[in-house]
Ligand binder design. Structure first.
Ligand code: AMP
Length: 299
């Protein structure tokens, strides 16, 4: 089964205490699509400008990502630049240039409209709505978001949460949205807003799932050296959706394992700048880390 992914398709300029890398392939959709592609066919929706390097298109193709829904428009590709502090957990956005995203209206090709699994990766909630409006009864829809939309598009976001099966956000966003410090209580409040499944990402401390089967704690794979965590959250949710779309059985019985797969793909993402490391990973390497993670949490 295929996964449809909409989100940002970007050029990222990233600065860490050790290095600086301009104009890497980035964006929530790019990270999520590559992560999902290890498990399932992916259909991507996004927009880039005429300045988007051809080698990045080739990289999507290497991962067999369907690009019929990728618009190439006059103008500049969305550009985001950010800088990490020494501990690599705190990030500061230096600049966001919307470029072609300013006038973006996602149009879903016919072949996309029956996709059973839909990931509304981080992008303006109005665009996430627009994609969902064009879908024919998807089986499982998950939305991700970021603090920006909580600050400038809360009404749209609240409407969107009502329409999705799963909602993914990081812990500070969960606290901000619910005005609740305790994450267990924050998850309860988020369920009241609509979604059956709530996933709170906690960076290097993994993620918490709250759903009909109760709580589940998914660990992050312990890395001795983080090169660049940009896109780890997108890789997590992309890997999770990719795995979920191919697993036999109900969502309920597969979601926990799917989160472990997401965690593992996210760990690879952190080991290189942008998508540099993720795009060199193999399914075999993913399976090996999943086994290691399983052993780490068994008691
Ligand atoms: P993450 O590290 O998982 O939070 O995601 C980082 C990615 O988000 C980068 O590749 C950026 O290109 C992308 N990004 C940053 N700001 C925005 C925004 N306002 N809308 C959509 N994507 C963004």
């Amino acid at each position: 089964m295929s996964v449809l992914i909409v989100g940002s398709t970007a050029l990222d300029s990233i600065k860490t205490p050790r290095a600086e890398n301009p104009r890497l392939l980035g964006g929530s959709a790019s990270h999520a699509a590559v992560a999902a592609s290890f498990f399932a066919p992916v259909k991507m929706v996004g927009i880039v400008g005429k300045d988007f390097p051809k080698r990045y298109i080739q990289l999507y193709r290497k991962h067999k990502i369907d690009l019929e829904g990728l618009q190439i428009a006059e103008g500049k590709t969305f550009h985001w630049s950010g800088e990490y502090e020494v501990n690599m957990n705190n990030r500061r956005t230096l600049e966001t240039e919307l470029g072609v995203f300013e006038t973006f209206t996602p149009h879903l090709p016919r072949s996309y409209q029956n996709s059973p699994f839909v990931l509304l990766a981080n992008i303006a909630p109005s665009l996430q709505h627009h994609v969902l409006d064009q879908m024919r009864r998807p089986k499982f829809v998950v939305a991700d978001t970021m603090d920006l939309w909580l600050n400038i598009a809360m009404a749209d976001l609240l409407k969107l949460i009502k329409r999705v099966d799963g909602f993914v956000l990081n812990e500070s966003e969960a606290r901000q949205l619910t005005k609740e410090d305790n994450l267990v209580n924050a998850a309860k409040k988020l369920h009241k807003l609509g979604p059956k499944y709530v996933i709170v990402k906690k960076g290097e401390h993994g993620a918490i799932l709250s759903g009909p089967k109760g709580l589940f704690i998914s660990p992050a794979y312990p890395l001795p050296h983080v090169v660049d965590p940009t896109g780890a959250g997108d890789s997590f949710v992309g890997g999770m959706m990719g795995y979920l779309s191919t697993a036999k059985g109900s969502i309920d019985s597969n979601l926990r394992r799917a989160m472990i797969y997401g965690s593992v793909v996210a760990s690879f993402c952190c080991e290189g700048f942008g998508l540099n490391f993720t795009t060199r990973v193999t399914r075999k390497a993913i399976e090996k880390r999943v086994k290691e993670l399983e052993a780490l949490v068994k008691f």
